[in-house]
Design a protein around this ligand. Structure first.
Ligand code: ADP
Ligand code: MG
Length: 404
């Protein structure tokens, strides 16, 4: 089998682009969570993540035009999804002015861009206010392209979407490349697609088998073993004939789960399922929660976390690993009583200093941050869906568009 070209091959880094005095459009991912009502930003990590690229461009005297989406306005002007709070927060973080255009494209946007001087920043309004963004409309892409001489994509979280600002615009701008966030994602996630140090262990969990079966199938071709927890494990356990009580189980996915276990056993790739779980009669029944063997789940109980024996077994496998990819919490980590399994797995990754340890997935990233261990692993991906598609070996449209 010949190895495919690395995903980052042919993609230039912003450091290697001629940006001095040029208008540079930067596609960023400012899709931050906003508190309802007050519209206060509850987590500004995505804004902070872009600072290295923005500071680099400011230092080199580029005229910076930022574009992002926020939420799902579905092609309509929705004032509650204005980027106004983002512009304010960004200005605070950079300690410089950020001019917000009152529209994604149009006379107002054009004016704001043409007023830019070297080292200054303008932010276009929510790109998804215009239906052309998600439709990858050529006319809309042309308008965006008319605001810049150079294109930089730093929005890895949107790289799996072929939209006007991630794909269409790239055909219309000669000088283009990846920002610091994008380049790092491609470099580190790209390692998981090449030759890795072994054992390579994948930890999969989260809500549904149906969301992740393609990821599981793809990982089966690359890893040495897979640890499965979370609600996903429930479906696998039931597929093996266990009684799961009232646990979340995808009954219609039992054949898929059985088929996967059969394929894994043919390939001699061990799949480790929980041997014990933390159960309760409901999500709010913290007092009644207890650890039980997966062979003794009461009929009125639901499995909400992996148990201590499972944590111990998973820890051992993870301690011996030299490459780890983790996606999907081991339990309902949003509730402290059911967070231990997830946090222990986070700790196991953090403790393994010899391994390349990569975390992908929106809730998984949130979980390792909550555990306070995000800076103790090699990489926490900023992309949820994008990171999962990437590690399946899919050539993401937003990355493909940066080549050539
Ligand atoms: P990611 O965003 O990292 O890909 P998912 O979205 O697949 O992860 O799954 C995260 C969700 O799965 C969390 O909200 C968590 O509460 C839920 N979950 C995990 N384990 C269980 C369980 N045993 N029962 C019910 N929900 C669970
Ligand atoms: Mg999720």
């Amino acid at each position: 089998m010949t190895a495919p070209a690395a995903p980052g091959a042919g993609v230039r880094h912003v450091q290697d682009l001629a940006v001095e005095g040029k208008r540079v459009f930067v596609r960023v991912d400012f899709n931050v969570p906003l508190e309802k009502g007050t519209r206060k930003i509850s987590d500004d990590a995505r804004i902070r993540a872009t600072l290295p690229t923005l500071r680099h461009l400011i230092d080199r005297g580029a005229r910076i035009v930022l574009g992002s989406h926020l939420g799902r306005p579905d092609g309509q002007v929705k004032p509650e999804l204005s980027l106004e709070p983002v512009a304010a927060r960004l200005a605070e973080l950079l300690g410089s002015d950020v001019t917000l255009a009152d529209e994604p494209v149009g006379d107002g946007a054009r004016k704001v861009v043409s007023d830019l001087r070297d080292g200054q920043i303008a932010l276009l309004e929510n790109l998804r206010w215009n239906p052309g963004e998600e439709a990858n409309d050529e006319g809309f892409a042309r308008q965006l392209a008319s605001y810049c001489d150079v294109y930089v994509n730093d929005a890895f979280g949107t790289a799996h979407r072929a939209h006007a600002s991630t794909a269409g615009i790239c055909k219309l701008v000669g000088e283009k490349g990846a920002g610091f966030v994008m380049a790092k994602e491609v470099e580190i996630l790209g390692k998981l697609l090449g030759e890795v140090d072994r054992p390579y262990v994948a930890v999969l969990g989260g809500a549904k088998v149906s969301d992740k079966i393609e990821v599981l199938d793809a990982l089966l071709e690359r890893v040495n073993s897979i640890l499965i927890g979370g609600a996903m494990a429930n479906t696998f356990l039931e597929a093996q004939g266990k009684s799961l009580g009232k646990s979340k189980v995808e009954r219609d996915k039992l054949p898929i789960a059985r088929n996967f276990l059969r394929k894994a056993s043919e390939k001699k790739i061990p799949i480790h399922l929980p041997v014990d779980v933390v159960v309760a009669t409901s999500l709010d029944d913290a007092e009644g929660s207890k650890g039980v063997s997966v062979d003794a789940i009461p009929a009125d109980a639901m499995a909400l976390d992996i148990g201590p024996a499972t944590v111990e077994a998973f820890r051992k496998t993870l301690a011996a690993a030299r490459t780890v990819f983790w996606n999907g919490p081991m339990g309902v980590f949003e509730k402290p009583k059911f967070a231990a399994g997830t946090f222990e797995i986070a700790r196991a990754l953090a403790d393994n200093k010899l391994a390349l340890t990569v975390v992908g997935g929106g809730d998984s990233a949130a979980a390792i941050m909550q555990a306070g261990l995000a800076d103790k692993v090699t990489h926490v991906s900023t992309g949820g869906g994008a990171s999962l598609e990437f590690i399946q070996g899919i050539d993401l449209p937003g990355i493909a568009a940066l080549r050539g």
